[in-house]
Design a protein around this ligand. Sequence first.
Ligand code: ADP
Ligand code: MG
Length: 263
Amino acid sequence: MNDATRGYIMIKNVDRVYVDAHGNEIEALKDVNLDIRPGQFISFIGPSGCGKTTLLRLIAGLDEPQNGQIYLDGELVKGTHYERGLVFQQANLFPWMTIEENIACGPKARGIYRYSTEEIREFIELVGLKGFEESYPHQVSGGMAQRASLARALINHPRVLLLDEPLGALDAFTRMNLQDELLRLWLERNTTMILVTHDVDEAVYLSDQIVVMTPRPGKIVQIVNVEIGRPRDRSDADFIQIRSKILKILQFAGEKKSPEYYL
Ligand code: ADP
Ligand code: MG
């Protein structure tokens, strides 16, 4: 399979209902339909509780929809697989393993470790962690830990990388830095990227397409194409225009924020 057809996701009529502690049904996702092209960088944005994490978990195969199906390259998603990589807000590295051992987890689990030592070294370099191979997660910064978890996912050559607010816990500088890193990794690897973020700027800076969602029931309200060349400039008129468009959709959809937020 070549890169042009690798990482194509089809989400068909997906429903996911939860039952809360009081026995009430919560429609976390209601009739969600979406096609994600191979190699696309797509972001999901929307207020808390609109089903973003639920959708990523379904694509990851950590959970199943009650109705509908999700396909990756024509195959029904069932269960987890290393070809669907996951990165969460917290790096989730194994604390008792070094950075290098964490990154080597995938090749080890797949029984190809002994052929992968060169590649592990390359991935450590790719994410800028050369010199920190022997460090433990608690000895590196949050940004570095997140770089390591990106490398840990990417070393499996995933068809799709699922990112659930991966930069949400980082300070503004580290965050912007890692946004550029993400873009570089994406351009280099050509992996389909699915990012969940609360940050409109981040979504506009990174994505080909932004999917705006609303809660109760969790659904897609609008898909916005970001037709701006890269690298993008946050102060560009086109950038600002798309940013305010997304904010207006969110505002219209019920996201209540103080007026200063929109300045
Ligand atoms: P988001 O990531 O957009 O904030 P989630 O996908 O986490 O939203 O949640 C969507 C809705 O489903 C929320 O109302 C949430 O409370 C509910 N929900 C998510 N997971 C569960 C669960 N395991 N049990 C009950 N309700 C859940
Ligand atoms: Mg979430």
